[in-house]
Design a protein around this ligand. Structure first.
Ligand SMILES: NC(=O)c1ccc[n+]([C@@H]2O[C@H](COP(=O)([O-])OP(=O)(O)OC[C@H]3O[C@@H](n4cnc5c(N)ncnc54)[C@H](OP(=O)(O)O)[C@@H]3O)[C@@H](O)[C@H]2O)c1
Length: 233
């Protein structure tokens, strides 16, 4: 049985990944900001009573990170997979030249890049106890420097920073033995992706699960498209 922690598990890609990864022999620490409002996740947890533990975790709140990791340690000594999925697109203050604000740009970068790094640090000891530890950063093609075009400043900056965090983690001696990769889930029909997106959540989730399950240490430091092809940084 593998132990998995995923952030933003209450909706969108995070919820779908939680559903998909339950097809494997796994116990999932499904975290979200407001468990009391996470109806679909609570329903899933009821259905998979012994395999889903819902925990409160606001990735921007270090006390919340500490409490969630402590709660994990009461159930297991080892974490096999950490999925840093939670993220935000941000509002106009991070998107449009002329309307940019430092507060909004910083908020998006903090949520999408700083928080996953801090959470990974908090989970490092638990990951090191696993035989096959992996960290997956759910990034975006919009974080690719080679593909950058106009607008979405904060989001693009945040995902580029997340990608760099993943690369540094992959080659940090403290993380030796932990496979860290970055994945683009594709353009997905979620609240963030909108209804016109190319992929249904189950299509992206299914592909991401397959990709996660075939990761090997040789993949350490790579940036993957959901279908397993490599993306340019
Ligand atoms: N959808 C796409 O087309 C697409 C494309 C490329 C990359 N991505 C990436 O995929 C990931 C998931 O996106 P999505 O499409 O599923 O978005 P979504 O439907 O908007 O869901 C975002 C999730 O992140 C959570 N979240 C936001 N801020 C948080 C915080 N401070 N602490 C904990 N959780 C927080 C949300 O929780 P609440 O419900 O509490 O707000 C929600 O569970 C993101 O990292 C996104 O950048 C998405």
């Amino acid at each position: 049985m593998q132990n998995i922690l995923i952030t933003g598990a209450n909706r969108g890609i995070g919820f779908e990944l939680t559903r998909q990864l339950l097809k494997d022999d796994s116990h999932i620490f499904a975290t979200c900001r407001e468990p009391e409002r996470a109806d679909a996740l609570s329903e899933l947890a009821r259905k998979f009573d012994d395999r889903v533990t819902v925990l409160q975790l606001d990735v921007n709140d270090e006390a919340s990170i500490g409490a969630a990791v402590k709660a994990v340690t009461t159930k297991t000594d080892a974490l096999d997979l950490l999925i840093n999925n939670a993220g935000i697109g941000g509002d106009e203050g991070g998107r449009i030249m002329g309307q940019l604000t430092a507060a909004e740009v910083s908020h998006v970068i903090t949520t999408n890049a700083v928080a996953p790094l801090i959470l990974t640090q908090a989970c490092c000891s638990l990951l090191k106890q696993s035989d096959n530890p992996r960290v997956v950063m759910i990034s975006s093609g919009l974080g690719s420097l080679q593909r950058a075009d106009g607008r979405s400043y904060a989001y693009r900056m945040s995902k580029a920073a997340m990608n760099m965090a993943a690369r540094v983690l992959a080659f940090d001696s403290v993380m030796t033995g932990i496979t860290t990769v970055t994945m683009n889930p594709g353009w997905v029909q979620t609240d963030m992706g909108g209804p016109n997106a190319a992929l249904k959540p189950e299509e992206s989730g299914d592909a991401l699960r397959a990709l996660i399950n075939r990761l090997t240490p040789a993949d350490n430091g790579n940036f993957f498209q959901y279908d397993g092809s490599e993306l340019p940084w």
